[in-house]
Design a protein around this ligand. Structure first.
Ligand SMILES: [Zn+2]
Ligand SMILES: [Zn+2]
Ligand SMILES: [Zn+2]
Length: 267
């Protein structure tokens, strides 16, 4: 049996933790789990190496995790905290002399080209730029041998963005950051998953227009009978990791776990 491994490269919201210039207890904490880079995920399955999103911290994340190569990158949406590290991919083009497959939701192409058109064209002579091979995705699942990846429409406020469902013959894992509502068609696809990852920013603030708060995320995962829930995309308002983990573990007996940078899930 081939194992699949998911590594949280970052678990912070758009401003990361610590926030610049903040003197709160959380931002001043020395605990490594209170340092949160911007959210993204690394998936390894056999030799296959996939990123979900390219956060502004991508360069450091690749160095920290010693990521040797990247075959494919899946994009959830085009907010700065999810894509502004994409230029760092060029290092892998240089190392391996081949292009990287970019999987982009089809409705995001025009906007993507406004920012990153240069990554889809041959590099000007004497200049290095990322070299990406654009694949537009709709709702059709993609197959990488026996790994199935299904794009999941989710609502990030009024914007429809994507999560991704990874399925091996033995394991189902759904990654949905930046979410305020899971539409019915996506709910059908992720029902009973082994692991659900949902983004939240904080607890006890339900009226954010674009993000679940912790209890909304928990309620959504309960409704879909997720076997285990990991939370990500936190701001400093979540408190210290150690305290938050303890509270959740007392309330839910290990069913809900806050992720931290570098955390791995293997199956
Ligand atoms: Zn702070
Ligand atoms: Zn976003
Ligand atoms: Zn975000």
């Amino acid at each position: 049996m081939k194992t699949i491994k998911f590594t949280f490269l970052g678990t912070g919201t758009a401003m990361g933790v610590p926030e610049i210039g903040c003197n709160c207890d959380i931002c001043q904490s020395d605990a490594p789990k209170d340092k949160r880079l911007r959210s993204s995920l690394w998936v390894q399955y056999g030799d296959l190496s996939i990123l979900i999103d390219t956060s502004p911290d991508l360069r450091y994340q690749c160095l920290r995790e010693n990521i040797p190569h990247i075959d494919s990158v899946f994009i959830t949406h085009l907010h700065a905290d999810h894509i502004f590290g994409l230029d760092d991919l060029r290092r892998y083009n240089i190392l391996h002399r081949k292009s990287i497959n970019l999987y982009l939701p089809y409705d995001m192409e025009a906007r993507f080209r406004q920012i990153y058109d240069y990554t889809l064209k041959p590099a000007p002579k004497g200049i290095t730029v990322p070299n990406l091979n654009l694949n537009l995705v709709d709702r059709t699942p993609l197959f990488f041998e026996d790994l199935k990846v299904t794009p999941l429409p989710i609502m990030h406020g009024e914007d429809e963005i994507r999560g991704y469902l990874f399925e091996t013959p033995e394991f189902r894992f759904a990654y949905m950051t930046d979410c305020k509502e899971i539409p019915d068609e996506t709910a059908e696809l992720v029902k009973d998953v082994d692991v659900m990852v949902l983004g939240t920013i904080w607890r006890n603030y339900k009226n954010h227009i674009k993000h679940f708060d912790v209890d909304e995320a928990i309620e959504a995962a309960q409704k879909l009978s997720a076997k285990k829930l990991y939370l990500t995309h936190f701001s400093h308002f979540i408190g210290k990791h150690k305290d938050f983990e303890k509270t959740l573990s007392e309330e839910f007996n290990g069913w809900v776990v806050p992720a931290y940078d570098g955390m791995c899930i293997e199956a």
